[in-house]
Design a protein around this ligand. Structure first.
Ligand code: SAM
Length: 195
């Protein structure tokens, strides 16, 4: 067997094992099936997202829509907070992640941290219209330094409800770094809030 085929086989086996483990966790906590189908071995974009965040050496990082905390687990920050509207995924994240990450049920409106170096919201805002995102984010600008979001190319073959361009951030925040994090037709963009 060639080295390339062997690596491919190992990778597929890793994804299969991770999916079985997460399916077991899901049978206990009842979270959305997407999480069991999407371990980081199958969706390595989370490494790239964490790299973007770590590049600004943050002290306080908040992720809204954090799922099982797979992004937060890869971030080097003294304080990490994860919010998600799915109570099952929050309970499971508390079990599998470091106690140093604080998880809470909720969305943007529940974020209480007074000063946030990086606020992350990836792989779910496409379910909500731009105006809703604008209304959620507007009260937070005074408390955040950076915002990290994903932008899906409208030519993507997968159907999404909304394709954000984050035009409403103009005058509030400027893009300072972009990476596809290994994804096709999706970019992860780090915005710096303008003071
Ligand atoms: C596809 S998962 C992505 C999880 C994580 N961001 C990642 O990339 O690994 C989307 C998550 O967003 C959560 N979510 C959806 N709408 C939300 C909202 N309005 N506020 C907070 N979380 C939300 C879902 O419950 C789900 O756990």
């Amino acid at each position: 067997m060639s080295a390339v085929r062997r690596d491919g086989f190992r990778q597929s086996a890793r994804v299969a094992v991770d999916r079985v483990a997460l399916a077991g966790l899901r049978s206990i906590y009842g979270f959305h099936p997407w999480h069991a189908q999407s371990p980081t071995s199958a969706r390595p974009y989370r490494h790239g997202v964490a790299d973007l965040v770590n590049s600004v050496s943050p002290q306080v990082v908040v992720e809204v829509g954090c799922g099982l905390g797979a992004v937060l687990a890869r971030i080097n920050a003294a304080k990490r907070f994860g919010y998600d509207v799915d109570p099952g995924v929050i309970r499971a994240a508390r079990l599998i992640r470091s106690r140093s990450i604080v998880f809470a049920e909720g969305g943007f409106e529940q974020v209480t941290e007074p000063q946030i170096d990086v606020l992350i919201a990836v792989n779910w805002p496409h379910d909500f219209p731009p105006d809703q995102m604008r209304r959620w984010l507007a009260p937070l600008y005074s408390r955040i330094d950076y915002l990290l979001v994903d932008i899906i190319d409208p030519s993507s073959p997968s159907a999404y409800r909304h394709y954000h361009d984050y035009a409403f951030l103009e005058g509030c925040a400027e893009p300072v770094a972009t990476s596809d994090c290994g994804e096709k037709l999706r970019n992860f963009v780090l915005f710096k809030v303008v003071r």
